[in-house]
Design a protein around this ligand. Sequence first.
Ligand code: HEC
Length: 202
Amino acid sequence: MLTHAKIVLFGVMLLLFSTAFLQDTPQSSGPEYTSDRQLKLPEHYREWVYLSTGFDMSYSPVLQSAGHHMFDNVFVNPEAYRHFVETGTWPDKTMLVLEARMAKGKGSINQKGNYQGEDRMGLEVHLKDESRFPGKWAFFGFDEDKTAKMIPSSADCYTCHQASGAVDTTFVQFYPTLLPIAKNKATLTAQYKKESGAATRK
Ligand code: HEC
């Protein structure tokens, strides 16, 4: 017979077990910095949530390589993604990664259209760390190195994202599963609603 005491004891053991287990799981996907304030490359971003792929979008300096096509893939850390799904906003410690890849044409059985090459042509991070950056968000560009300095806040990255990003300086208007959420939760910027006419439609 299960007495009341046994059930309580079982509950307590379960709680202890799960706390111990959770502490053992590899820590979250939050930002890590070096002692000289550089950001460490979030190596496992390919296990994060995929948001979208742009093809030959022509706003970014990385993509201005003439003579060939480019893809860019956008990923976000899972904690931030879940928060966005619930609220339509980005929490502190949100990390968005944009990686650029060269488009390939003919290869294997492919005759037409493009696919993505193995070489990563660039990797940029857009990071929200409210207590760390005066503007809450900061950009980082990685080359071959595993660490990167913050891109100075005078760079045009900040101007364009601030002026045209549909939610909190991010380009949610180009992330097809996030845009409906932002519409639903009414978190789109006034500027974006004005230019897209979304305000009048709703
Ligand atoms: C003229 C406008 C413009 C400028 C300047 C610009 N971006 Fe962006 N950025 C975009 C657009 C548009 C997207 C959406 C990409 C997509 O849909 O694939 C984007 C997406 C991103 C993302 C994915 C996360 C997000 O915020 O939506 C990162 C990271 C990023 N840009 C980094 C940079 C960096 C670093 C610079 C400066 C070196 C920069 N961008 C300059 C327009 C711009």
